[in-house]
Design a protein around this ligand. Structure first.
Ligand code: ATP
Ligand code: MG
Length: 432
């Protein structure tokens, strides 16, 4: 839709296209539309409100925009608050003592309130002169009006600007309607928008999982044709976006979409493994991850990635075990080859692959009977993650539940009872 729903800036150029009566009808419609959508200010963080207050005191326009407004309207707790303003980064910087300018491609300002950071970005336009950088991304570093800023955003529901003073939402592209209709719709021509920034393909799929929204037909239809553009996205950006599918509280839903849109083929083909035990193991880990996030617990991406590739490790281990004198050597080789195989498809950042290897390598040590080895394992920095991993294996019946139960009891016991437990520990018939 190209009609601009906008109120506040009366001299706005786009108004010239509408006669004033039409405009009045429009404004009425907008007002009545907004009433049920009152934003509860208790859901907005104090720092975000304060940042806006200060910018306004300095005579700048400032709005909360993007995910936070969308999430509040849809009944989710906002993750963080982004502010859009007509002040330049330098002007924002000088309005806040505790702030810093960041970003190379486009400067934004981080305003720091203790542990909370408010991201303030200057209204920017779509690239006027299309400068293609070596990685294929179009360079966009020009400031613009609020409308231009809205136009370069991805989805209609992400282009809602909330004015905290007059408590109105500015909706340029029918985002409020789309929320009501539960539709995820790209702004502009999907074909061009995906080409301009292919990460939007992943964002469309991720938001459809996170917000349980239908992807609008045109936005959906271009996904398949645009998939190949994803190859041009720099790896680190891609990795972060892929991890967001699973580490932001909707991993279970995300996995369904990941499979539906064939992203498993591109990023983690091992997940296609049809082994029933593995499917259970994976599902349980996704549920646990979502629960941990809901309860405000920390998440280790290495843990989840260790789950994703575990079936590969098992299968390779079984293959190598016959040919090695000691099963630990077979396990090491299985681990190295699993990571190598994955690195040819979608490499895992080293800091995570180290965690994964540690979790995997510690697994057979849970079956040890020696007191010294048991205490050494208990004090290993990766013990907790490996123990959680072991419990998942038990839960999915890959290994006997008794080994997990023994360790849970052991952790909860005092030293005297721990020694008793060790004396009576049974060795399970498992190799890893
Ligand atoms: P969440 O934080 O839950 O992932 P979000 O919408 O806040 O969702 P961010 O990545 O924090 O996502 O981006 C903030 C806003 O910036 C978005 O709401 C959107 O308006 C804009 N944006 C982010 N990435 C893009 C993109 N690739 N193309 C266009 N606009 C984008
Ligand atoms: Mg956000």
């Amino acid at each position: 839709m190209n009609l601009v729903m906008f109120f506040g800036k009366k001299n706005n150029q786009r108004y010239n296209f509408m006669n004033s009566n039409l405009l009045k009808v429009f404004q009425k419609k907008i007002h009545s539309f907004f009433k049920p959508n009152r934003i509860n200010h208790d859901l907005i963080s104090e720092p975000a409100l304060d940042t806006i207050k200060i910018l306004k005191k300095n005579n700048y326009d400032a709005f909360i925009v993007g995910g936070a407004i969308r999430d509040i309207l849809m009944g989710y707790k906002p993750k963080d608050f982004d502010i859009a303003t007509n002040a330049t980064p330098e002007q924002v910087r000088s309005a806040f003592k505790r702030s810093r300018i960041i970003g190379r491609r486009f400067k934004i300002v981080h305003v720091i309130y203790g542990r909370e950071i408010i991201e303030v970005s200057t209204f920017r336009s779509k690239p006027r002169k299309k400068i293609e950088m070596s990685n294929g991304v179009l360079k966009d570093n020009e400031y613009g009006s609020i409308e231009e800023d809205a136009e370069r955003r991805d989805f209609t529901i992400n282009a809602l600007y909330y004015d905290v003073e007059d408590k109105k939402i500015i909706d340029f592209f029918g985002g409020l309607n789309d929320i009501q209709d539960n539709q995820l719709r790209l702004i502009g021509d999907p074909k061009l928008r995906y080409k301009e920034d292919p990460i939007r393909i992943l964002r469309a799929i991720r938001f459809s999982a996170k917000l349980k929204m239908e992807i609008h037909s045109k936005t959906l239809n271009e996904i398949n044709n645009s998939m190949e553009f994803l190859k041009s996205v720099p790896y680190s950006r891609l990795f972060d976006e892929v991890m967001k599918f699973f580490l932001t509280g909707h991993a279970e839903e995300s996995m369904m979409k990941f499979k539906k849109y064939n992203l498993v083929n591109i990023y983690f083909p091992s997940l296609k493994n049809n082994n029933k035990i593995f499917k259970n193991f994976l599902l349980q880990s996704l549920k646990n991850t979502d629960l941990r996030i809901k309860n405000g617990k920390s998440i280790n991406p290495g843990f989840l990635l260790a789950v994703f590739l575990w079936r590969d490790v098992i299968e390779l281990f079984e293959k190598y075990d016959k040919n090695f004198p000691h099963s630990s050597l077979a396990l090491n080789k299985a681990i190295d080859n699993t990571i190598y195989k994955q690195s040819k498809i979608f490499p895992i950042q080293r800091r995570f692959s180290i965690t994964m290897s540690e979790i995997w390598r510690l697994q057979p040590r849970f079956n040890s009977k020696s007191s010294k080895k048991i205490y050494r394992l208990l004090n290993h920095p990766r013990f907790r993650a490996s123990y959680d991993f072991l419990l998942l294996r038990c839960q999915s019946l890959e290994i006997s539940k008794s080994i997990g139960l023994w360790w849970t009891k052991f952790i909860e016991s005092d030293k005297k009872n721990q020694d008793l437990l060790i004396a009576n520990k049974k060795i399970e018939d498992i190799k890893i």
